[in-house]
Design a protein around this ligand. Structure first.
Ligand SMILES: *Cc1c(COP(=O)(O)O)cnc(C)c1O
Length: 442
């Protein structure tokens, strides 16, 4: 309603109450969105610091403003830690999110009109890799001509023979791909990095590995090591399995350092969220020290939860392949309703997952609004210290909702009971504050 007057004071109280209510809700729920995590109290301290109110334009040590001494110390450390963790020659911690990191790399490695290969959305691809007509960053913003990899549904991976064929065809039309993007948002098994790098070399194209989801697993030394397998750049969000603040990072090689730097600043940002940069440095330090253990615990929990759900008659996909090698699994819930309805029923019980397209949904006439699946991630519950026995209990609670159609209110009490002893962040240096403490500094 135009002209409606909102009382400042009331609105102010209402906003703060929403934040407090959210903290109470999440501390009693099972957060299993695969792209989220809970950062350590130290990261949250960085996020609340005055770093977030400053500018430090330019590269560290070459700033265009004064007052950057301590900001520089933090950013320099973040870069050095990133190099140690991912063993790349060049690290830029300034992209303000994973999408910005991707756009900086796409801009460096291609020109508008160039062909890019990536995963389609129903096969797990991310919107930042998608075509113009979908509003994808690559297509809409960078104006790339995006082609999807043919997909092997049995393996939930690239069909390499089919890809070679398409690439040959594109080449014969005078449109060889300039960029091959690997990495995805539904990411169950490692991608064939070496094979795609070999193919790309034939056409003098670049390979970009988007580690948004799996950066924490890679940091912990499991899943795969794309830079060792020859990719030109690896991008990431720093808040999924990496469990830092919401931000982005690029890891690459010295030969691409200058154009990448320029694309990030001034190309794509002016300020680069210095509170988040300090948080990224902290998360990198935690990863160096603790993620060998953390990443293994995550994958063990994913496999345990997938197995327990499967034993309860719930169709977790890819049983023959061990369900998953990552923090997430894909479940076909179409026997019990669509993914949207199941997502809402689970939410009422305090079990937070997201509906997701299955690779064959399109053929079944289903779309993203009411897909056949849900995606479940174990990274946040693992960070809170949960293990195999909790995964089995969670499978029981999920079955009660999905299969038995139990009353979500009743199940929510059991969720909150299961959850109550797990209120501290593990795999970090200090955890005196509760994971979801609502910190007031007013
Ligand atoms: C989450 C995600 C991103 C980036 O998301 P941001 O919110 O911008 O950090 C990029 N690529 C993939 C594959 C993702 O899943």
């Amino acid at each position: 309603m135009p002209g409606k007057r909102l009382a400042g004071r009331q609105s102010y109280e209402a906003i703060l109450k929403s934040i407090e209510d959210h903290h109470n809700a999440i501390r009693n729920s099972l957060p299993m969105i695969a792209s989220e995590n809970v950062p350590s109290p130290a990261v949250r301290e960085a996020l609340a610091s005055d770093f977030g109110n400053r500018y430090a334009e330019g590269w560290v040590g070459e700033r265009v403003y004064a007052g950057c001494r301590y900001l520089d110390e933090a950013e320099r450390l973040a870069i050095e830690l990133g190099k140690a963790l991912f063993k790349g020659e060049f690290v830029d911690v300034r992209p303000i999110s994973g999408v910005f990191a991707n756009l900086a790399v796409f801009s460096t490695f291609s020109n508008p009109g160039d062909v890019m290969m990536s995963f389609s959305i129903p096969t797990g691809g991310h919107i930042s890799h998608a075509k113009e007509k979908l509003g994808g960053t690559a297509g809409l913003v960078r104006k790339l001509d995006v082609n999807s990899y043919p997909f092997d549904e049995e393996e939930f991976n690239i069909d390499l023979d089919g890809t070679e064929k398409i690439v040959r065809e594109l080449d014969s039309q005078g449109k060889p791909p300039r960029i091959f993007v690997l990495g995805a948002s539904v990411f169950l098994f490692p991608h064939p990095v070496k094979e795609v790098v070999d193919l790309a070399k034939t056409y003098d194209a670049k390979v970009v590995y988007d580690a948004a989801h799996v950066a924490g697993l890679i940091a912990g030394g499991i899943f795969q090591d794309p830079l060792r397998d020859g990719v030109d750049a690896m991008t990431m969000s720093t808040h999924k399995t990496l469990a830092g603040p919401q931000h982005g990072t690029i890891v690459s090689w010295e030969e691409y350092a200058e154009p990448l730097k320029k694309a990030v600043f001034p190309g794509l940002s002016s300020n680069h969220h210095l509170h988040a940069v300090a948080g990224v440095a902290i998360a990198f330090a935690e990863a160096l020290e603790f993620y060998s253990d953390y990443s293994r615990a995550i994958v063990t929990n994913s496999k345990a939860l997938a197995q327990a759900l499967y034993e309860r008659g719930i169709e977790v996909l890819y049983e023959k392949k061990g369900f998953t090698e990552s923090h997430m699994m894909l479940v076909d819930v179409s026997k019990y309703g669509n993914g949207f309805e199941i997502e809402k029923r689970l939410e009422e019980a305090g079990i937070i997952v997201n509906r997701n397209l299955l690779p064959y949904d399109k053929r079944m006439g289903r779309d993203y609004r009411a897909p056949g699946g849900i995606r479940i991630g174990t990274q946040e519950l693992t960070r809170l210290g949960m293990g195999k026995s909790e995964m089995v209990e969670i499978a029981d609670l999920m079955k009660a909702i999905i299969v038995d159609n139990s009353d979500p209110k009743e199940i929510s009490l059991r969720v909150s009971e299961l959850r109550s002893p797990f209120q501290k962040v593990r795999y970090c240096f200090s955890s005196d504050t509760e994971a979801y403490a609502h910190v007031k500094i007013r």
